[in-house]
Design a protein around this ligand. Sequence first.
Ligand code: IMP
Ligand code: MG
Length: 178
Amino acid sequence: MTQSNYVVDPMISAKSIAARVEVLACEITEHFTGTDKLIVVGLLRGSFVFIADLVRELDLPVEVDFLETSSYGNSLESSREVRILKDIRGEIEGRDVLVVEDIVDTGHTLNHVLHLLKSRNPNRLEVCALLDKPSRREVDITATWIGFEIPDEFVVGYGIDYAQLNRNLDHIGKVRFV
Ligand code: IMP
Ligand code: MG
Protein backbone atom coordinates (compact mmCIF):
# COMPACT_ATOMS: atom_id res chain seq x y z
CA MET A 1 0.00 0.00 0.00
CA THR A 2 1.31 3.42 -0.87
CA GLN A 3 0.62 6.32 1.42
CA SER A 4 1.17 9.64 -0.26
CA ASN A 5 1.33 12.20 2.54
CA TYR A 6 4.72 12.18 4.12
CA VAL A 7 7.61 14.40 5.08
CA VAL A 8 11.30 13.59 5.09
CA ASP A 9 13.13 14.33 8.35
CA PRO A 10 16.92 14.76 8.07
CA MET A 11 18.92 11.85 9.46
CA ILE A 12 22.46 11.82 7.99
CA SER A 13 23.89 15.01 6.48
CA ALA A 14 25.64 15.25 3.12
CA LYS A 15 28.79 16.26 5.01
CA SER A 16 28.71 13.19 7.25
CA ILE A 17 28.16 10.93 4.26
CA ALA A 18 31.11 12.47 2.39
CA ALA A 19 33.39 12.03 5.40
CA ARG A 20 32.34 8.41 5.84
CA VAL A 21 32.76 7.63 2.12
CA GLU A 22 36.33 8.91 2.32
CA VAL A 23 37.13 6.57 5.24
CA LEU A 24 35.46 3.58 3.56
CA ALA A 25 37.38 4.23 0.33
CA CYS A 26 40.67 4.32 2.27
CA GLU A 27 39.92 0.99 3.92
CA ILE A 28 38.81 -0.60 0.64
CA THR A 29 41.89 0.73 -1.17
CA GLU A 30 44.12 -0.71 1.55
CA HIS A 31 42.33 -4.07 1.44
CA PHE A 32 42.68 -4.44 -2.33
CA THR A 33 46.12 -2.85 -2.73
CA GLY A 34 48.07 -4.68 -5.44
CA THR A 35 45.01 -5.92 -7.32
CA ASP A 36 45.33 -5.75 -11.10
CA LYS A 37 41.68 -4.68 -11.24
CA LEU A 38 38.79 -4.26 -8.84
CA ILE A 39 35.37 -4.85 -10.35
CA VAL A 40 32.89 -2.68 -8.46
CA VAL A 41 29.36 -4.00 -8.90
CA GLY A 42 26.65 -1.50 -8.01
CA LEU A 43 23.18 -2.78 -7.23
CA LEU A 44 20.69 -0.65 -9.13
CA ARG A 45 19.12 1.62 -8.60
CA GLY A 46 19.67 2.68 -4.99
CA SER A 47 23.48 2.53 -5.02
CA PHE A 48 24.08 4.83 -8.01
CA VAL A 49 24.99 7.95 -6.02
CA PHE A 50 27.03 6.07 -3.43
CA ILE A 51 29.02 4.13 -6.04
CA ALA A 52 29.75 7.34 -7.97
CA ASP A 53 31.22 8.99 -4.88
CA LEU A 54 32.98 5.84 -3.65
CA VAL A 55 34.84 4.91 -6.85
CA ARG A 56 36.19 8.44 -7.19
CA GLU A 57 37.91 8.02 -3.82
CA LEU A 58 39.41 4.61 -4.62
CA ASP A 59 43.11 4.61 -5.42
CA LEU A 60 42.96 1.37 -7.46
CA PRO A 61 42.39 0.26 -11.06
CA VAL A 62 38.60 0.04 -11.08
CA GLU A 63 35.99 -1.35 -13.46
CA VAL A 64 32.35 -0.45 -12.79
CA ASP A 65 29.47 -2.80 -13.53
CA PHE A 66 25.83 -2.89 -12.48
CA LEU A 67 23.31 -5.50 -11.49
CA GLU A 68 19.62 -4.91 -10.91
CA THR A 69 17.33 -6.99 -8.75
CA SER A 70 13.58 -6.81 -8.42
CA SER A 71 12.61 -4.05 -6.04
CA TYR A 72 10.01 -3.24 -3.45
CA GLY A 73 7.75 -1.68 -6.06
CA ASN A 74 5.91 1.04 -4.21
CA SER A 75 5.79 -0.87 -0.97
CA LEU A 76 7.74 -0.31 2.25
CA GLU A 77 8.29 -4.04 2.72
CA SER A 78 10.71 -6.43 1.08
CA SER A 79 9.07 -9.10 -1.10
CA ARG A 80 11.76 -11.60 0.03
CA GLU A 81 11.66 -13.12 -3.43
CA VAL A 82 14.64 -11.77 -5.32
CA ARG A 83 14.89 -11.82 -9.10
CA ILE A 84 17.73 -10.62 -11.31
CA LEU A 85 16.37 -8.01 -13.72
CA LYS A 86 19.75 -7.06 -15.19
CA ASP A 87 22.94 -9.06 -14.87
CA ILE A 88 26.48 -7.66 -14.92
CA ARG A 89 28.14 -7.37 -18.32
CA GLY A 90 31.65 -8.51 -17.44
CA GLU A 91 33.29 -11.79 -16.45
CA ILE A 92 34.33 -12.03 -12.79
CA GLU A 93 36.04 -15.41 -12.70
CA GLY A 94 39.37 -15.05 -10.88
CA ARG A 95 38.68 -11.34 -10.32
CA ASP A 96 38.46 -9.15 -7.25
CA VAL A 97 34.87 -7.99 -6.84
CA LEU A 98 33.27 -5.41 -4.56
CA VAL A 99 29.48 -5.36 -4.40
CA VAL A 100 28.09 -1.95 -3.51
CA GLU A 101 24.63 -1.85 -1.96
CA ASP A 102 22.57 1.04 -0.61
CA ILE A 103 20.89 -0.71 2.35
CA VAL A 104 21.05 -4.15 3.87
CA ASP A 105 17.61 -4.70 5.36
CA THR A 106 16.26 -8.27 5.63
CA GLY A 107 19.41 -9.45 3.81
CA HIS A 108 17.55 -11.44 1.14
CA THR A 109 18.77 -9.28 -1.76
CA LEU A 110 22.43 -9.45 -0.79
CA ASN A 111 22.20 -13.15 0.00
CA HIS A 112 20.80 -13.90 -3.45
CA VAL A 113 23.31 -11.68 -5.26
CA LEU A 114 26.30 -13.11 -3.36
CA HIS A 115 25.25 -16.69 -4.12
CA LEU A 116 24.99 -15.85 -7.80
CA LEU A 117 28.34 -14.05 -7.98
CA LYS A 118 30.13 -16.69 -5.87
CA SER A 119 29.03 -19.38 -8.32
CA ARG A 120 31.13 -17.57 -10.96
CA ASN A 121 34.32 -18.12 -8.92
CA PRO A 122 35.69 -14.66 -8.27
CA ASN A 123 39.06 -14.43 -6.53
CA ARG A 124 37.77 -12.15 -3.74
CA LEU A 125 34.17 -11.07 -3.17
CA GLU A 126 33.44 -8.33 -0.61
CA VAL A 127 30.50 -6.05 0.09
CA CYS A 128 30.27 -2.39 0.94
CA ALA A 129 26.85 -1.16 2.06
CA LEU A 130 26.08 2.45 2.82
CA LEU A 131 23.41 1.64 5.40
CA ASP A 132 22.67 -1.35 7.58
CA LYS A 133 19.48 -2.08 9.50
CA PRO A 134 20.63 -5.06 11.62
CA SER A 135 17.40 -5.23 13.62
CA ARG A 136 15.52 -6.18 10.43
CA ARG A 137 17.77 -9.06 9.40
CA GLU A 138 16.16 -12.37 8.39
CA VAL A 139 19.20 -13.90 6.68
CA ASP A 140 22.55 -14.18 8.47
CA ILE A 141 24.62 -11.91 6.30
CA THR A 142 26.95 -8.97 6.94
CA ALA A 143 28.69 -6.52 4.65
CA THR A 144 32.47 -6.25 4.90
CA TRP A 145 32.17 -2.46 5.11
CA ILE A 146 29.19 -0.49 6.39
CA GLY A 147 28.73 3.25 6.19
CA PHE A 148 26.17 3.72 8.94
CA GLU A 149 24.11 1.45 11.12
CA ILE A 150 20.55 2.80 11.37
CA PRO A 151 17.40 1.86 13.31
CA ASP A 152 14.31 0.34 11.71
CA GLU A 153 13.18 3.44 9.80
CA PHE A 154 12.29 3.84 6.14
CA VAL A 155 14.90 6.14 4.67
CA VAL A 156 15.37 8.03 1.41
CA GLY A 157 17.92 10.23 -0.35
CA TYR A 158 21.46 9.92 -1.68
CA GLY A 159 20.18 7.49 -4.33
CA ILE A 160 17.57 5.79 -2.16
CA ASP A 161 13.91 6.15 -3.08
CA TYR A 162 10.40 5.87 -1.83
CA ALA A 163 8.13 5.00 -4.80
CA GLN A 164 10.99 6.19 -7.08
CA LEU A 165 11.14 9.68 -5.57
CA ASN A 166 13.71 11.41 -3.33
CA ARG A 167 16.79 9.76 -4.89
CA ASN A 168 18.15 13.23 -5.65
CA LEU A 169 18.33 14.42 -2.02
CA ASP A 170 21.97 15.06 -1.10
CA HIS A 171 21.45 13.66 2.40
CA ILE A 172 19.65 10.70 4.03
CA GLY A 173 16.29 11.38 5.63
CA LYS A 174 13.59 9.28 7.22
CA VAL A 175 10.08 9.09 5.89
CA ARG A 176 7.38 10.19 8.32
CA PHE A 177 3.74 9.84 7.32
CA VAL A 178 1.52 12.77 8.22
P1 IMP B 1 16.61 -6.64 1.69
O1 IMP B 1 16.56 -7.65 0.63
O2 IMP B 1 15.42 -6.71 2.60
O3 IMP B 1 17.91 -6.60 2.47
O4 IMP B 1 16.41 -5.24 1.00
C1 IMP B 1 17.40 -4.55 0.45
C2 IMP B 1 16.83 -3.53 -0.50
O5 IMP B 1 15.59 -2.99 -0.07
C3 IMP B 1 17.77 -2.35 -0.57
O6 IMP B 1 18.67 -2.52 -1.60
C4 IMP B 1 16.85 -1.20 -0.83
O7 IMP B 1 16.70 -1.03 -2.21
C5 IMP B 1 15.52 -1.61 -0.26
N1 IMP B 1 15.30 -0.94 1.03
C6 IMP B 1 15.49 -1.46 2.26
N2 IMP B 1 15.24 -0.56 3.22
C7 IMP B 1 14.90 0.58 2.56
C8 IMP B 1 14.56 1.91 3.02
O8 IMP B 1 14.54 2.24 4.21
N3 IMP B 1 14.30 2.81 2.02
C9 IMP B 1 14.33 2.50 0.70
N4 IMP B 1 14.65 1.29 0.24
C10 IMP B 1 14.94 0.33 1.17
MG1 MG C 1 18.33 -1.87 -3.56
